[in-house]
Design a protein around this ligand. Structure first.
Ligand code: B12
Length: 201
């Protein structure tokens, strides 16, 4: 059984089918309870706050009306971080909220991510980091953006980032950090507020 089957399977089936203690230990440590809990919570938030969702959609539409295009976000994953689920969730949620969303390939170098951001003329890059590379990769991304003339592009970060590292990232130029469990509408609200301040005055 591959990792994909672990993730999409039913928990009871998984327990029956796990081949070895190593499989069981790794899967339990890494995936199940936390992942299932978080997935459920996102759905509830999404469904239970139509006013919040509609208010954000109205604001992205207003941004479009005044700027001629929707707020454009590149969600990227850099380095050896293979956790693709979160950044896909974030990308589709932001698209639902009225952002134009680009999603990078996995395993980008900071230079590749910066090039994509500049070429696609995005307003904001969201760097998703779950594998502890945030303190090297995200400042490197900001440096690469500067080299390519993309210093105006807002950089936000999310994923498994310990609060103790937030100030380090802010000093490197990150505008906001969204740790695990941040409701996506909250992060979209904050990201949009940064763009409204910058572009709508
Ligand atoms: C599922 C999972 C896996 C799956 C990944 C499946 C997939 N296709 O993505 C598998 C089993 C493959 C896996 C593998 C590994 N994993 Co893992 N995994 C997880 C787990 C349980 C959940 C991650 C997830 O999908 N979360 C759901 C998404 C939606 O959340 P998210 O990405 O964090 O996004 C949220 C926020 O960032 C924020 N957010 C809100 N708005 C915005 C806006 C933007 C722009 C952004 C970016 C974010 C953001 O909101 C989102 C929702 O709350 C976490 C534990 C955890 N609590 O996070 C460990 C975890 C990330 N894994 C971990 C580890 C160690 C590994 C492995 C190294 C294990 C191993 N020994 O092999 C490998 C690494 C593989 C690799 N190359 O990277 C560690 C990382 C430790 C660290 N950072 O220091 C964690 C934290 C578990 C732990 N407690 O130790 N993992």
């Amino acid at each position: 059984m591959g990792l994909k089957s672990y993730l999409i399977g039913d928990r009871d089936d998984l327990s029956k089918n796990l081949r070895s203690n190593n499989d069981k230990r790794d899967t339990n440590r890494c995936c199940h309870s936390l992942h299932k809990r978080r997935k459920r919570r996102i759905c509830i938030e999404y469904e239970s706050n139509p006013e919040v969702i509609n208010a954000i959609k109205d604001r992205t539409t207003k941004f479009f009306e005044t700027q001629g295009r929707r707020p454009r976000l590149l969600v990227t994953k850099m380095g050896q971080d293979g956790h693709d689920r979160g950044f896909k969730v974030v990308a589709s949620a932001y698209a639902d909220l009225g952002f134009d969303v680009d999603i990078s390939p996995m395993f980008q170098t900071p230079a590749e991510a910066a090039k994509m951001a500049v070429e696609n003329d995005v307003h904001v890059v969201g760097a998703s980091s779950l594998a502890a590379g945030h303190k090297s990769l995200i400042p490197a991304l900001i440096e690469e953006l500067k080299k390519l003339g993309g210093e105006d592009i807002v950089v936000v970060a999310g994923g498994v980032i310990p609060p103790a590292d937030y100030d380090f990232l802010f000093e490197a130029g990150v505008a906001a950090v969204f740790g695990p469990g941040t409701p996506i509408p909250d992060s979209a609200d904050r990201t949009l507020a940064l763009l409204e301040k910058k572009y709508l005055g």
